[in-house]
Design a protein around this ligand. Structure first.
Ligand code: AMP
Length: 430
């Protein structure tokens, strides 16, 4: 037999057992984004390569070595699987001129691709929710986005997600600071690792973000960007922190926080979560006031962020929500009643219930006992039981799988009320 094929390394399948939690996360996220007036946009997974080179920056990890790029076999066009969402959203906003009537709050979600070394929480295909406030210059949207994420963590039941914020200033401040950094690193050339040496003149800022333990002391003594910020940049950052303070959202100002893309300016932020044996950035974002213009649009100061679905799922797995989505009812039936059960399941769906019907194999029906086990394991709240007696009497038997109690016989028309009534009852008690 030939060897079975497997998924590409670093790319994962979502299995039905995990799906309810993903859906819970996706539904909760969407609801929170809608609460803040963000609207859905979708862009292609494939974009022209220059879009990412021009926006993310030539001397970044992503563009230097992590992009899945290829040439279109038909016309030789250089294409890339998107490594992040902002560039595509901004491209689409310009292409469709959606900012002509004013600023827009938008979000998108889907797979992103980076050729990284796969490990826990780091994949080659991963999923993000991306949020962008396009055309908003004030510090209010920066704070709004942090509060929105914090509200989401709360809804998901997370307690200890730390918010780090910083201002990386505007281009002028960064240029002066950059020069000071180059001078400082040149003076300590012997202590630089290979990455830092390579980036000394191209992107010394990235070295501040190094994970190399041997470089930490050197980096700690490097010139700080905050000492180079002008009045307007400082006022903007104060505007952000004042709003966070007023809303009672705790944060740490981390003067060393930089992000891996060149398009950011002024505010940058990250949410860092601790799991049982891991600590990861689950969300990151910031302001990118120059990007829209840089990609050919009219100037539109903007702010956005992305969070990684897999990483948030890691946290959710350790803090499972009390109720995960399961079917309302699971239909079990006696041998010979498959067709009847099939019809009953459709009629229950007509009444807006979600229904799992026990499947047959080779025309054989499993014993009641084994079907009931499956019903229980499925997480459905009720079993609908169909036997010869029920068919003769024109009713179905309904058993509450979660709260126990008497099994009752009901006409089909009353099942939905019974199921929903009980859900209402249990909510009221809780
Ligand atoms: P970034 O687009 O690099 O700012 O990342 C935003 C968020 O996406 C991070 O905080 C992670 O949660 C997630 N993320 C980024 N890269 C990966 C990856 N390779 N695998 C899984 N999640 C990722």
């Amino acid at each position: 037999m030939s060897k079975t094929l497997q998924a590409v390394r670093g790319m994962n399948d979502l299995l039905p057992t995990d799906a309810p939690r993903w859906q819970f996360l996706e539904d909760t996220t969407r609801a929170v984004f809608e609460q803040y007036g963000y609207r859905l946009m979708r862009t292609p997974v494939v974009e022209p390569t220059p879009l990412f080179v021009r926006s993310i920056g030539e001397v970044t990890d992503i563009v230097e070595r992590e992009m899945y790029s290829f040439e279109d076999a038909m016309n030789g066009e250089k294409l890339t699987l998107r490594p992040e969402g902002t560039a595509g959203l901004v491209r689409a906003a310009i292409e469709h001129n959606i900012l002509y009537e004013g600023p827009k709050r938008v979000w998108t979600s889907g797979p992103m691709f980076r050729h990284e070394r796969p490990q826990k929480g780091r994949y080659r295909q991963f999923h993000q929710f991306d949020v962008e406030a396009l055309g908003f210059a004030g510090p209010d949207v920066d704070a709004e986005q942090m509060l929105m994420l914090s509200r989401l963590w709360q809804k998901l039941g997370f307690k200890d997600v730390a918010l780090h914020v910083n201002s990386i200033g505007d281009a002028e401040a960064r240029k002066t600071h950059r020069q000071a950094l180059v001078t400082y690193f040149e003076a300590h050339r012997d202590a630089l690792d290979e990455d830092a040496k390579r980036r000394l003149y191209t992107n010394p800022l990235r070295t501040l973000d190094t994970k190399n333990p041997a470089m930490q002391a050197l980096v700690a003594g490097a010139p700080m960007l905050k000492d180079y910020l002008g009045e307007a940049e400082t006022a903007h950052f104060d505007g952000v922190t004042q709003r966070l303070d007023a809303a009672g959202l705790a944060y740490t100002v981390n003067p060393r926080l930089v992000r891996g893309f060149d398009y950011y300016n002024r505010t940058v932020f990250e949410f860092i979560a601790k799991g049982r044996d891991w600590e990861l950035t689950i969300a990151g974002g910031g302001r990118y006031d120059g990007l829209v213009e840089q990609l050919g649009g009219k100037p539109a100061a903007s702010c956005g962020f992305a969070f990684g679905v897999e990483r948030v799922m890691m946290l959710l797995d350790e803090n499972p929500p009390e109720q995960v989505e399961a079917s309302d009812v699971y239909v079990v039936y006696a041998d010979g009643l498959e067709q009847h059960a099939f019809t009953v399941a459709e009629k229950l769906r007509d009444r807006d219930l979600s229904v799992a019907l026990h499947g047959t194999a080779d025309g054989k029906t499993a014993s009641f006992k084994s079907q009931m086990k499956k019903a229980d394991a499925s997480g459905a709240r009720f079993a609908i039981i169909l036997g010869a007696d029920e068919v003769a009497a024109g009713v179905v038997s309904v058993k509450n799988l979660r709260e126990g109690g008497e099994q009752v016989k009901l006409p089909l028309d009353d099942v939905a009320l019974h199921v929903c009534g009980s859900a209402l009852g249990s909510n009221l008690v809780a």
